[in-house]
Design a protein around this ligand. Structure first.
Ligand code: SF4
Length: 642
């Protein structure tokens, strides 16, 4: 039996698909598998009257002991603690959809008069009109939770609503900072709060837990209950993002201390991207195996025995990688539908802290998450991690299999909403999907990532909309003809605009990803790019956008061959690597003493005459925020930047 754990924290509105895919697969092959979303379990436990009361008690104790000084905002929240304690459970009930009647009270701004972070009536009316009670109430309830998070952070600085210790776990060159954190003393221990009955009851557990703080202790109590219930031989920890790593390792440490003989395997997006070249052995004090890329076969080999596949483990005091380059995988078409059995879907909550209808899709609503195909059908963009299997290996299957999987998920969850989590859904496949959905007379709603390909004609977009497509997201990236060509996106501004026009004309919302700071990009090209984005908003062709700063990664074509985009790797100067050697980048990097012992992803680079991109970050965000609200179109572009 294997227990898959998604450690705190990822999104709150719907299960992240890593564990649902693996659980579905192993069960279909006759291997016992259970799953838990520890993040949503933690949130449901923490946001109760009792536990929130404990948080406030701890904060007040720390203030009294002069360990903590509150700013004015936090003082207001803490002085209104009874308002938060009284309402937190009702808010959770409403946001999880278990009591929608509460919208009548929660949509009234007067209900929240004790709350800091309150929008004015005019702003609410602009966003929701006078009749959108449920949406309005969700928004106000989400602001209420944000206030609570501010207080929880006083007892655990790592806590955020959808990630945990992300800052600590980003750019980890060595394992040391994590190790230090894993061995820290808890606040409750420091404050000697073990006197109360409730805490005394938990004292023995806490001893077993080691040195977590209150949030970690809660998390581990929930984990312990599941461990007792499932009694697994294996624990599989999924780490899709840096913001899951520390909590995942806390669970692993707990298993090692309390469950001798239970093996621990870790995998996921973060692991695949960052730990492929790891030499630091620290993590193997907590986990036995780390698997890479699609986990189905590597995990099956571990459980059933046989030659290890794409798996790292400790051998003779060193990190050993087994068969990392072997692309042996289950055929995409042979995989079963992901399963949510074992997850309590009633615990997921909508979180709506934005009034933008496109943005909120990521955090509002229950979406069955699945893939239309494996990998990206294009896989050529210079900045993208195309060398990684989940992007670079494209594999599709008969669309009937996809729609069968959709029907299986609908039958299992009762939800007809789908988020296809492909990197870029192939338009030809989307066409067949739409036809199959219409043929089977299914009433579904779906959204996905696309590449703004010229094949999105008016006719195709009409078909997609009729079959239930409500939104797409995709990269326009640099919105400047020269740089767009340089990054090898394979689209032009004109064709992408036409594609967006066809989508919007059919009522399909469009979100676009944008990038700045690409090698050789000039300030003028950035202004042009922002101007283009402004025009797209003004014309109603896009509904939301997000800017990323370009990062050169070792898995991207630009990272493997920086000269192709006019950049130089800094290692060229420090390590004397030749240009020829760079064509074999990964191999050289493995041998390079400059390689980080633990995580490796971003590569330092330099270009001639690079603008100071930092000074553009805030302006781009503010301008785009205004455009999303349909204002600021007449502000001269340069005015957004100080
Ligand atoms: S950026 Fe998108 S379209 Fe380009 S290669 Fe990556 S996944 Fe494919």
């Amino acid at each position: 039996m294997i227990l898959f754990v998604l450690p705190p924290l990822t999104q709150l509105n719907t299960p992240y698909p890593s564990i649902t895919h693996l659980t579905g697969y192993l069960r279909s092959r006759g291997i016992e598998a259970e799953q838990m979303d520890l993040g949503i379990e933690l949130i449901n436990r923490l946001f109760t009257r009792v536990e929130l009361g404990r948080v406030f008690d701890l904060v007040e104790a720390r203030v009294e002991a002069r360990e903590l000084k509150l700013n004015k905002t936090l003082r207001i929240i803490v002085s209104n603690r009874h308002f938060y304690e009284r309402n937190v459970e009702a808010v959770m009930k409403f946001l999880s959809g278990r009591d929608l009647q509460l919208a009548n009270r929660f949509s009234d701004v007067r209900f929240w008069e004790d709350m800091h972070r309150l929008p004015d009536e005019e702003e609410l009316e602009w966003a929701f009109g006078t009749s959108g009670k449920v949406d309005r109430a969700k928004y106000l309830c989400s602001l209420f939770l944000k206030n609570i998070v501010d207080v929880v952070q006083l007892v655990d600085e790592h806590f955020q609503l959808i990630r945990y210790a992300e800052k600590l776990c980003t750019y980890l060159t060595t394992f040391e900072p994590i190790e230090e954190e894993l061995e820290k003393m808890s606040l409750t221990e420091k404050l000697s709060l073990t006197e109360s009955t409730e805490l005394t009851e938990k004292a023995s557990l806490r001893l077993a837990l080691g040195n977590g703080n209150m949030i970690e202790e809660l998390m581990l109590e929930i984990f312990e209950t599941k461990m007792q219930e499932v009694k697994p031989d294996w624990v599989g920890i999924s780490v899709p993002f840096p913001g899951n790593l520390l909590a995942g390792l806390k669970c692993a440490k707990y298993v090692k201390a309390k469950y001798e003989g239970v093996k621990i395997v870790m995998g996921g997006g973060y692991v695949n991207t960052e730990l492929r070249q790891m030499t630091d052995t620290g993590i193997f004090k907590y986990v036995d195996y780390i698997t890479f890329d699609d986990g189905e076969l590597p995990i099956r080999r571990l459980i059933e025995g046989g030659e290890l596949l794409r798996t790292a483990y400790l051998k003779d005091g060193k990190v050993e990688f087994a068969q990392m380059d072997v692309q042996e995988n289950e055929k995409f078409g042979d995989l079963p539908a992901p399963t949510m059995r074992g997850l309590d879907l009633g615990k997921y909550i909508d979180f709506v802290d934005t009034t933008n209808p496109m943005h909120r899709l990521w955090s509002d609503g229950r979406w069955n998450k699945m893939m239309l195909a494996h990998g990206c059908y294009w896989a050529k963009c210079a900045f993208c991690d195309t060398c990684l299997d989940y992007i670079g290996r494209f594999e599709a299957c008969d669309v009937k299999i996809i729609v069968d999987r959709m029907e299986t998920m609908i039958a299992e969850t009762g939800n007809t909403g789908f988020h296809f989590v492909d990197e870029a859904a192939p338009p030809a496949l989307l066409r067949k999907l739409a036809e199959e959905i219409l043929e089977r007379k299914l009433v579904v709603t779906y959204w996905t990532n696309v590449r703004f390909d010229k094949t999105y004609t008016a006719e195709l977009c009409y078909l997609l909309a009729r079959s239930g497509c409500i939104a797409v997201s995709g990269g326009l990236e640099v919105a400047s003809p020269r740089v767009l060509k340089l990054i090898n996106k394979g689209v032009t501004i004109e064709s992408a605009t036409e594609c967006m026009r066809n989508l919007s004309a059919n009522g399909i919302m469009v979100h676009t990803y944008l990038m700045y700071g690409f090698p050789t990009q000039t300030e003028k090209e950035l202004y042009d790019s922002l101007g283009r984005v402004r025009d797209l908003f003004a014309e109603g062709l896009i509904q939301s956008a997000f800017w990323h700063r370009y990062a050169m990664t070792c898995h991207s074509p630009s990272g493997r061959n920086p000269e192709s985009v006019g950049a130089r790797h800094v290692l060229l100067h420090t390590e004397d690597l030749s240009l020829t050697e760079f064509t074999e980048f990964t191999e050289k990097a493995m041998a390079s003493p400059a390689l980080n012992p633990f995580a490796n992803n971003e590569i330092p680079f330099e270009v001639d005459n690079e603008p100071d991109w930092d000074r553009f970050t805030e302006g781009l965000n503010v301008a785009t925020y205004n455009y999303m609200r349909q204002t600021g179109f007449d502000v001269p572009l340069k005015r957004w930047f100080k």
